[in-house]
Design a protein around this ligand. Structure first.
Ligand code: SAH
Ligand code: SF4
Ligand code: F3S
Length: 454
């Protein structure tokens, strides 16, 4: 009988992209993907550790697993993603601590060890015929050909890990040291995508603009003699416009690594979209220092000024943490002030969550009360809504180009060049098409209009 699997993906785009590689491995084993945990023989949680809430969601699933196992003794459960530290099974002597905390889980694997998963499954399911898979001998899991979710849009990881050690952040521990994929490998993946009809590529990494420059990268010959590898990479991918690539995006960026030359490249490359995600985290210099971010609020203001100068109308989004250790009301007000100066198009607001093992967890005090964190979050959210609306209103009476991603109840939905969610009525399902939309209304979280044909 055919066996099936279900993946629950939490966290950032990197995890979603990793899940597409997990899909390929499991599908090559003959497993069928299902959309509900209840029907699966293998359940995988691809996890995020950035905040406690994400981890709690996984532990919260354990009661469901116990229930499902009653009727399905062969049910296998696994955890991967940022909650795992080593690859191990319940039988192993050296076990990931997670297996103790989640007794219903059979094995955990680091995404870098994805190729080992077939062997692990084989050991659990001795009655199940598992074919040999070609991927077993690949040098890196990045070389696994993903089972892309979309045929016209793709996420392409250009590296993983982070060397920045912002004091609040778990990523340098969960994803380990920063390492970049070779330019040839990334280019090949992008070329294949475009040759198969992909219109939009988003390059992914914890910090894409330090691509090729990490300590581990310097130990290889891959980036020798290349001054700004990320710009080089963008240029190469931009050349795929001849084969049909329409849009290039990348995320996430560290402001300290966004060079003038990169801004110039963004301004000139044809496929590069006029949008950048530039996490600021706080508007207070003292808090930024505590966070180990290596810039001041004024330095960030200046960076945004340069971006606006070189790429007029560019949309900029950010991440902000409220209630970080020792953050005073005055320091929080500096963040509100910065919001009013910058007028971000969008901001992802988070209440500080103390992460075990980080510098802040060891050395600083999580001393802003939960209610103050909530209050600050709400206050900032009101500011965000006002500016999101203002930024959307600018598009009223203008024409944008939309790559349609969804269709339902006679409404098409997609993103504009500036990454604005745009809705318009249509009798036809236009998923995967690039269409021109005249914007009638800008709302808080979306643009609304009608399609225009030339
Ligand atoms: N490398 C990227 C992504 C980091 S994680 C970057 O630097 O932008 C995404 C966001 O999660 C961060 O920008 C930060 O705003 C938030 N975040 C990280 N650690 C957090 C913590 N301990 N508590 C609350 N939010 C956190
Ligand atoms: Fe975390 Fe900072 Fe690295 Fe982003 S740059 S992943 S916030 S340590
Ligand atoms: Fe979360 Fe890991 Fe991404 S901790 S935000 S899934 S890199």
């Amino acid at each position: 009988m055919k066996r099936s699997y279900y993946i629950q993906t939490l966290g950032c785009q990197m995890n979603y992209s990793d899940s597409e590689r997990i899909d390929r491995i499991l599908q090559n084993l003959g497993l069928e993907k299902v959309e509900s945990m209840n029907n699966a023989d293998l359940i995988i949680f691809n996890t995020c550790s950035i905040r406690q809430k994400g981890e709690d969601r996984v532990f919260g699933q354990m009661v469901n697993i116990t229930r499902l196992r009653k009727n399905k003794p062969h049910l296998l459960t696994a955890i991967t993603g940022c909650m795992t530290r080593i690859t191990s099974t319940r039988q192993d002597e050296e076990r990931d601590k997670l297996l103790r905390r989640a007794p219903e889980v059979d094995f955990v694997f680091r995404i870098e060890d994805l190729q080992r998963v077939p062997e692990i499954i084989k050991n659990f399911w001795s009655d199940f015929q598992i074919p040999e898979i070609a991927e077993a001998n690949l040098a890196s899991y990045f070389q696994i050909n993903p089972a892309y979710t979309s045929s016209f849009q793709a996420f392409v990881p250009i590296g993983t890990g982070c060397d920045n050690f912002c004091t609040y952040c778990i990523v340098p521990y969960s994803r380990k040291r920063e390492i970049s994929r070779s330019m040839d490998e990334i280019f090949e993946e992008c070329k294949n995508l475009v040759e198969n009809g992909c219109l939009e590529i988003t390059l992914l990494g914890q910090n894409v603009n330090s691509y090729g420059l990490s300590n581990l990268d310097k130990k290889t010959d891959l980036f020798k003699d290349i001054d700004q590898p990320f710009i080089e990479l963008l240029k190469r991918i931009d050349s795929l416009k001849n084969k049909g690539l329409k849009r290039l995006r990348f995320t996430s960026n560290h402001p300290k690594d966004l060079s003038d030359e990169l801004i110039d490249a963004m301004a000139t490359l044809e496929t590069q979209m006029p949008y950048v995600h530039l996490p600021v985290q706080s508007g207070s210099d003292q808090v930024l220092k505590h966070m180990n971010r290596h810039y001041t609020a004024d330095w960030y203001r200046d960076l945004v000024r340069k971006l606006n100068e070189k790429i007029p109308g560019i949309a900029i989004s950010t991440d902000i943490i409220v209630g970080f250790c020792d953050e005073t009301e005055e320091q929080f007000m500096e963040t509100c002030k910065l919001f009013e100066d910058i007028e971000w198009d969008m901001a992802y607001l988070a209440q500080y969550s103390n992460r075990k093992g980080t510098f802040a967890w060891k050395n600083l005090q999580d001393n802003v009360s939960l209610s103050d964190k909530k209050k600050r979050w709400h206050k900032l959210n009101i500011i965000l809504k006002a500016y999101a609306l203002k930024k959307h209103k600018i598009f009223e009476g203008k024409t944008v180009e939309v790559l349609v991603e969804k269709y339902g109840n006679g409404i098409c939905e997609g993103r504009s060049e500036h990454f604005k969610t745009t809705l318009f009525p249509s009798d036809e399902n236009l998923i995967g098409k690039l269409v021109k939309v005249y914007v009638e209304r800008g709302r808080e979280w979306q643009l609304e209009g009608h399609m225009i044909t030339d």
